[in-house]
Ligand binder design. Structure first.
Ligand SMILES: Nc1c(NC[C@H](O)[C@H](O)[C@H](O)CO)[nH]c(=O)[nH]c1=O
Ligand SMILES: CC(=O)[C@@H](O)COP(=O)(O)O
Length: 158
């Protein structure tokens, strides 16, 4: 197993600052909606638990994870947005399509963060199957939406 760590549920409280004035954009892929809605709920709960104001959290949907990059860019370019959290789930199929999407969205999201010099968080599951996805969207391995949200909070405390 590449890593025994499966989630950030035991994350340290370091770099957690007052985020009541911070504005977040949550970009949510509609593919595998059962999974991405759980990721969204996890991210929202974690942001609110750490002091974010509900009115400062904007949600935008995109058709699939491949579109997360452009959705992230459209929000990151807005000066008022302090951090962008991208949530998606790409499940391996029979072909290499999975690889192309995963590579594109990982690289794309990275580049948006660098271009606009603000946290743009990769909250995209890339499982082999639905079970692995559900295990990481509120199941036995935690919720990657939680992790993506706490990552954004910690980066704002950099
Ligand atoms: N198979 C999955 C997709 N496929 C759709 C792509 O993300 C994209 O919308 C399409 O190629 C058009 O550009 N998307 C996911 O998020 N998850 C999948 O499992
Ligand atoms: C990751 C995907 O786009 C997936 O739905 C494609 O499945 P397949 O590789 O079997 O066409």
């Amino acid at each position: 197993m590449a890593s025994t760590q499966k989630n950030l549920s035991q994350h340290s409280e370091k770099n957690i600052q007052d985020i009541s004035g911070k504005k977040f954009a949550l970009i949510v892929s509609e593919w595998n909606e059962e999974v991405t809605e759980s990721l969204f709920q996890g991210a929202m709960e974690t942001l609110l638990k750490n002091g974010a104001i509900k009115g400062n959290i904007i949600r935008k949907n995109v058709p699939g994870s491949f579109e997360l990059t452009l959705g992230a860019q459209w929000m990151a370019q807005e000066e008022e947005i302090d951090a962008v959290i991208c949530l998606g789930c790409v499940i391996q199929g029979e072909t290499k399509h999975f690889d192309f999407i995963c590579d594109a969205v990982a690289n794309g999201i990275t580049n948006v963060g660098i271009k606009y010099n603000k946290p743009v968080i990769f909250g995209v599951l890339t499982p082999d199957n639905q079970k692995q996805a559900l295990d990481r969207a509120g199941g036995k391995h935690g919720n990657k939406g939680d992790e993506a949200a706490i990552t954004a909070v910690k980066m704002l405390g950099f």
